[in-house]
Ligand binder design. Structure first.
Ligand code: C5P
Length: 406
């Protein structure tokens, strides 16, 4: 890649920037500027309400194009064709995207130019949600985001922090530079090397209920598995993501099946694996579950109490036993004798390769955004440096591509 291209990664790209009525609209000016600096040709479309938050003059000046708000100009009747705009754009970026606009997009409502253009857009669509924490957490909003993600809309996750309401929580629009990085990555063409392949990915933590209130679980955030699912989808695979509890949005183009317990995950993964070309077993599955689940909340009493546990299905091992020539990738999170334990699992569970995380390595494993892993197959070890989980996912998916090339 030459330095000019690296500095202007959106050179020649057409970005339609949609702005909706959120206080975060003030950041759209910086966003527009960054898109221009990255080389993009930007046209800005605003909902009528968003003009209360930022002036069309500011955005017209920064984008060097007139702003689009209405279907036609009332002065001269000039028509803004939503179809032509959707065709012009390489990416339709809606930032900030309010709960209201997301809901209408998910439902297919088209009562302004911005929404009508969404319905006719053939290009990649990205939204950067911005709203109050309760609106973001509301199941209606979460369902709408899920539906949009499954339709292939890219979602730039909002951040935790101080909100305009004075409350603190998740809902702040991602920073403009993060949104531009998301768009750049999305438009960086990946070859659809996995087109026609169907892969299942298990991710996140399972929850084993003790009573209606308490459960046994673990610290898995699901980030590694979600990053792998996203990367597989980017390369054209059909992806079924069987997900335990996480707080993550569904990656674009991925079918997600939510489960809670190890038993539910086993059933969902085994059913999806029937028709699949392979699987990536990334979930942190409980090895034990309570023999009995109390239907009522257990009362405390003096002295000790015992919960008897029984083994769960080892999903990876069971899929490994029936995989045949299909692909199976496993994970191992070890605290001691890391390589030996991982190698034993590679063989016992019939993995094609296993990704070893060591809890000894700072920056590796649960929760964080980085991971330090070693990829182990029957031929040897490849130790990777500390990387962010998205880059680790790229390396894992490159190995998966090589498996299917054979
Ligand atoms: O044996 P261990 O739990 O360390 O193996 C880890 C690997 O097995 C991971 O790929 C994990 O997703 C998978 N696994 C599973 N079902 C279980 C336990 C682990 O799929 N019950």
């Amino acid at each position: 890649m030459d330095s000019e291209h690296a500095a202007r990664p959106l050179e020649g790209r057409h970005i339609l920037l949609g702005i909706t009525g959120s206080i975060a609209a003030y950041k759209a000016a910086v966003l527009c500027r960054l898109l221009k600096t990255a080389g993009a040709d930007v046209r800005v479309m605003m909902t009528p309400l968003s003009k209360q938050f930022i002036t069309p003059l500011t955005l017209a000046t920064l984008s060097k194009n007139p702003i689009l708000v209405e279907f036609f100009d009332p002065e001269n009747g000039a028509w803004n064709s939503h179809v032509a705009l959707g065709e012009w754009a390489d990416c339709y970026l809606i930032a900030p995207a309010t709960a209201n606009t997301l809901a209408k997009m998910a439902a297919g409502i088209a009562d302004n130019l911005l929404l009508t253009t969404y319905l006719s857009a053939r290009c990649r669509v990205v939204v950067a949600p911005a709203m109050d924490l309760d609106m973001y957490a509301h199941h209606a909003t979460q369902q709408n985001l899920r539906r949009l993600a499954e339709q292939g809309v890219g979602i730039v996750e909002p951040q935790e922090g101080e909100l305009a309401s004075g409350l603190t929580g998740k809902g702040r629009m991602a920073e403009p530079h993060q949104i531009v990085a998301f768009v750049e990555e999305m438009l960086a063409e990946k070859k659809k090397t996995l087109a026609g392949k169907h892969l299942i990915v298990t991710a996140g933590a399972t929850i084993e209920q003790i009573d209606p209130v308490r459960f046994i679980s673990n610290h898995s955030s699901g980030k590694m598995g979600y990053a792998i699912a996203a990367e597989l989808a980017l390369r054209g695979a059909r992806v079924t993501l069987v997900s335990g509890r996480t707080a993550l949005p569904t990656p674009a183009g991925v079918e997600r099946v939510d489960v809670l317990s190890a038993e539910e995950m086993y059933r969902a993964a085994a059913a999806a694996f029937e028709e699949a070309d392979g699987g990536v077993m990334c979930a942190a599955v409980a090895d034990y579950t309570p023999v009995e689940v109390s239907p009522t909340k257990l009362k405390k009493s003096e002295g000790e109490m015992t919960v008897t546990l029984r083994r769960t299905h080892d999903i990876a091992a069971e899929l490994g036993a029936r995989k045949g020539k299909r692909l199976l990738v496993g994970f191992a999170l070890e605290t001691d004798q890391e390589a030996d334990n991982a190698e034993a699992k590679l063989i016992r569970k019939h993995f094609d390769f296993i990704v070893l995380n060591s809890l000894r390595d700072p920056g590796a494993g649960f929760r964080g955004d980085t991971n330090k892993v070693t990829l182990i197959d029957r031929r040897g070890h490849e130790e990777l440096p500390l990387m962010n989980k998205r880059d680790v996912a790229v390396r894992i998916v490159e190995r998966i591509e090589r498996f299917f090339e054979r």
